[in-house]
Design a protein around this ligand. Sequence first.
Ligand SMILES: NC(=O)c1ccc[n+]([C@@H]2O[C@H](COP(=O)([O-])OP(=O)(O)OC[C@H]3O[C@@H](n4cnc5c(N)ncnc54)[C@H](OP(=O)(O)O)[C@@H]3O)[C@@H](O)[C@H]2O)c1
Length: 330
Amino acid sequence: MPQNKAWTLASYPAGWVGEGNFRLVASAAPLPAEGEVLVKNLWLSLDPYMRGRISTAKSYVKGVAIGEVMVGQTVGEVVESRHPNLKPGDKVLTQLGWQLYGVTKEFTKIEERGVPLSYYLGILGMPGLTAYFGLKEIGQPKAGETVVVSAASGAVGSVVGQLAKIKGCRAVGIAGGAAKCEYAVKELGFDACVDYKAGRLNDDLKAAVPNGIDCYFENVGGEILDAVLRRTNAFSRIAVCGLISQYNATEPYGVKTFQAILTNRIKVQGFIVSDRLNLWPQALKDLADWVASGKLKYRETVAQGLETAPKAFIGLLKGQNFGKQLVKLI
Ligand SMILES: NC(=O)c1ccc[n+]([C@@H]2O[C@H](COP(=O)([O-])OP(=O)(O)OC[C@H]3O[C@@H](n4cnc5c(N)ncnc54)[C@H](OP(=O)(O)O)[C@@H]3O)[C@@H](O)[C@H]2O)c1
């Protein structure tokens, strides 16, 4: 029986997450019951939503209890199967969390498309669908409009800007640092990208959106939202996907430009990707075609080994990732 290792939640963080909030536990890998499979996890996805799962604040889904394995999506290989549709060696997408092995009866079998398996946790997975659904259904951009996205070099934001270009829009990113902005423009094809860490957010954003903003894909919140609201056009749309600048804040940021929502008759809607899993087959087909044709580009930051997961997760919350953050487990 293989040896399992798992990161469990040791304590709820107050403010910033620390490595001490997690505990590494070793045990024998579990045995699959009838209808289950034993999976060896190969890749672990680290995502900002995990911060909400280790909080005692009320959320849209149940959080992780003290002593439980940290939640997370994984891509793995079936080691032993007691499920009629899977055999050893099959690759599956599961929610087995921050651990090397796990048993489950809930999985999506991966139909390999000649892309790396890690893509099913990123551009061909939950973040890709988030960008696709949020932009198409809520942002509703039309050709010629200006679309702005924050956290623009990240897993979701990088796809949003590229989809906006495919739609025929002006795509403007907001990201932290010159390297991330250069990547958004030179590699991903954004029309412009504002480095919010350069200290000229309002002026630089004004220059980047000469025709104002018709659609904003919100990943960050805080001061960036204020700067964007100042430049919005009448009847613009805001798809509220995430507010990462607030996830570790002990005092919430008070938005100063809320009045623009009234003055500009802005439609603001939050969304959670799991609400629209029905879009998944079409989204996966479109995203996979665009990846295959080179229209969608993608970048990953890979941490090596399960032991690095807490450090890499904290790095993600601090903006140290560049593209989709993953942990390579094997
Ligand atoms: N609604 C949904 O269903 C759903 C699904 C997936 C993701 N999301 C949300 O989408 C957003 C992006 O997620 P992702 O997976 O694509 O992560 P990501 O962009 O790959 O990584 C997070 C990025 O957020 C930026 N960031 C962190 N702290 C910030 C701050 N204080 N101010 C401004 N930017 C900050 C950093 O980029 P910079 O270096 O550029 O600052 C960091 O690299 C998150 O808010 C997440 O919660 C929502």
